[in-house]
Design a protein around this ligand. Structure first.
Ligand SMILES: CC(C)(COP(=O)(O)OP(=O)(O)OC[C@H]1O[C@@H](n2cnc3c(N)ncnc32)[C@H](O)[C@@H]1OP(=O)(O)O)[C@@H](O)C(=O)NCCC(=O)NCCS
Length: 207
């Protein structure tokens, strides 16, 4: 089945748990070191994170329905407004301490603070683009990215930016093919050691 045959739509609040599940599944290599022996709690924390982003983070999510309307095959978040950082940070901290305990919450907060992002009013920010493994290589990410760009354009943005880890070759190929170019790079020895990612690239596309 081709990506065009699947439905892309805006996420509804009921989609938050399914989006969280897609993100945990798609970024397991990043979440395992963060959650350690508490991996079973990662879904709860991510669900809270996604709903906080929607409520206070200036983020709108787009999703692709799978073979039925209740199943999601892919999702992406698009930030078009500044977040209420205090609300986001407090909510996430509460979810982390409740689910992981204080020491692990401190550790998780440290690792999850990479890559660092700051909002620019003329730029939309694409985040947590993820396609469920059985649906990959069918053009879904490309389609979702195009929908995110349309949404950014409609919101009056001139550019779209995103972060990608330097060793995520499949994502890098996708972004480069779609016209994104590297404009900045952050290096972290902490994430190099614990997450296997030393370079976080910032890519940008003019709409
Ligand atoms: C990266 C990801 C989103 C790609 O999703 P996808 O739906 O399989 O991608 P598409 O089918 O739209 O592929 C578009 C292009 O990306 C590149 N690409 C995608 N997967 C690739 C792979 N495994 N190897 C090499 N190139 C790849 C290709 O250039 C491809 O074009 P082509 O099929 O015409 O050759 C998916 O692999 C994923 O969810 N990975 C885990 C989460 C993640 O890393 N997200 C990106 C965060 S920055």
């Amino acid at each position: 089945m081709e990506a065009e045959q699947f439905t892309v739509r805006f996420a509804a609040p009921e989609d938050d748990p399914a989006i969280a599940a897609l993100v945990v599944e798609g970024f397991l290599d990043k979440f395992r070191p963060v959650f350690g022996g508490r991996m079973d709690r990662s879904l709860k924390v991510m669900e809270k994170w996604v709903s906080l982003e929607h409520a206070s983070g200036g983020v709108t999510s787009l999703v692709v329905e799978g073979y039925s309307t209740v199943e999601l095959a892919a999702s992406v978040g698009v930030r078009t407004a500044p977040s209420r950082d205090d609300v986001l940070a407090r909510g996430l901290w509460r979810a982390l301490t409740r689910n992981l305990g204080l020491p692990r919450a401190v550790w998780a907060t440290t690792l999850l603070s990479y890559p660092r992002y700051s909002h620019t009013s003329s730029e939309a920010y694409v985040e947590r683009l993820v396609v469920s493994p059985p649906f990959r290589r069918q053009g879904m990410a490309r389609r979702l990215l195009a929908a995110a760009e349309d949404f950014a354009r409609d919101a009056g943005k001139e550019t779209v930016g995103l972060h990608v880890s330097g060793n995520n070759l499949s994502a890098l190929r996708l972004y480069e093919a779609e016209g994104y170019v590297e404009t900045a790079r952050q290096r972290s020895f902490l994430t190099a050691y614990f997450l296997g990612t030393k370079n976080w690239l910032y890519l940008k596309k003019t709409l």
